[in-house]
Design a protein. Structure first.
Length: 368
């Protein structure tokens, strides 16, 4: 296969279009892979030309970072690897400053991650979740300090409201801090909410989107059925109220049914079609793959070797499209006609290429 690389947002960092997620490295959370399987998944990803490794301090209680650091060191890949890690989550019960996005926790968390990873810098350090409290000024100033200290190369935000991301980027630009290069967000055929705000923000203001749960936690693999239990991760959450795992809805079953038909007609697996769709949507820098077995990883690594024909893409679009909420529902042609005074105008001449779009152009690098 040929792995291609995009620059991440407005940064000069090149990231492969498929990233390796490590939330499944370790069995601490009940649904991950053992060490040998995790290493085999890592090896398969590296051999396919992937260079982005996504982890977090919290994942499998620290095991994910520790194994990732060991696997990278064993293969001598530190210079090649783009390590993304995150802070926010608290792993010290009773200590409120060992979590959240305040300066004290960020400084503590980065040192703990560096130690577990066995490295002296993190390529991309992300705020994991908005804590609904700490001002963006404090977060961006602290992240900038980490870049100047050499502990971090680039910075990003995950699971934040779009207004917060916009504010954080404006603060960084106006105060000369390291800008937000990446937004890490849930996106898939089953979860398209980011299209309204984050995609326009990211493409206009220099933040590449790293997609998490591109298979909706495994739902889009097709192995789940409405009235049938199996042994995948989502089965363990059928009675849970965790917001990340509520996937068994009527709407989602209809999407799965259409995806199954499309995949069969295109001659590809359902995960490959779902991953290809999300990777080729606007604004996407890289798609983070999750796997618990080597065969899943092999399947998923084939996701970019084909194109979804337009007619099939249109069918996926119709099955998964969500109605635009206000104010986006308000911006249609009737309002535009009032804006332009009825004159027919295009945004740009046909040969105009936006400088923002140039940032996302691919630099194709063949790996075999
Ligand atoms: N920033 C955040 O808040 C955040 C949140 C979540 C994840 N993430 C990152 O994103 C990564 C990916 O997330 P995710 O694991 O939720 O992704 P996902 O692709 O939606 O789900 C992956 C799961 O689906 C199943 N699966 C994957 N490939 C399959 C295949 N080919 N056939 C059948 N089943 C398959 C496996 O679970 P089973 O074997 O158990 O069925 C696998 O663990 C994580 O590792 C993490 O790095 C970030």
């Amino acid at each position: 296969m040929t792995m291609t690389y995009y620059t991440l947002g407005n940064s000069g960092l090149r990231v492969s279009r498929l990233a390796l997620g490590t939330m499944t490295f370790g069995k601490e959370w009940g649904w991950g892979a053992d060490r040998d399987t995790a290493r085999a998944i890592f090896d398969a990803y590296v051999e396919a030309g992937g260079n982005v490794f996504d982890t977090a301090d919290l994942y499998t209680d620290g095991t994910a970072e520790a194994w990732l650091g060991e696997f990278i060191a064993e293969r001598g890949l530190r210079d090649t690897a783009v390590i993304a890690s995150k802070f926010t989550m608290n792993m010290q019960p009773g200590n409120p400053n060992a979590g959240g996005n305040g300066r004290k926790n960020i400084m503590r968390a980065v040192d703990a991650s560096l130690k577990r990873l066995g490295t002296d810098y993190i390529d991309l350090y992300l705020m994991h979740v908005w804590d609904r409290l700490t001002p963006a000024e404090e977060v961006m100033r602290t992240l900038d300090d980490l870049v100047r200290m050499g502990k971090v190369r680039h910075v990003g935000l995950s699971d934040v409201p779009a207004w917060y991301a916009g504010r954080a980027q404006a603060i960084a630009e106006l105060r000369g801090y390291e800008p937000v290069s990446a937004l890490q967000l849930e996106y898939s055929l089953a979860e398209r909410a980011i299209e309204n705000e984050f995609v326009p923000f990211g493409t206009r203001h220099g933040a590449g989107i790293m997609v998490w749960s591109p298979l909706a936690g495994g739902l889009l693999s097709g192995k789940y059925r409405p009235a049938q239990t199996g042994n995948g991760r989502l089965d363990g959450f059928r009675n849970s109220t965790h917001p990340g795992f509520q996937k068994f809805t009527q709407r989602n079953w209809a999407i799965v049914a259409e995806l199954e038909k499309v995949a069969s007609e295109v001659g590809r697996s359902m995960p490959q079609v779902a991953l290809n769709w999300v990777a080729t949507q606007p604004g996407i820098a890289t798609v983070i793959l999750g796997a618990t077995t080597l065969s899943q990883m092999h399947d998923n690594l084939g996701a970019l070797d084909f194109e979804i024909p337009k007619a099939h893409r249109d069918r996926l679009e119709r099955a998964s499209r969500t109605p635009a909420p206000f104010p986006y529902s308000y911006f249609g042609s009737q309002i535009q006609a009032r804006v332009t005074g009825g004159a027919t105008t295009g945004d740009k001449p046909p040969n105009y290429v936006s400088p923002v779009l140039i940032e996302g152009e691919s630099a194709s690098v063949s790996t075999n």
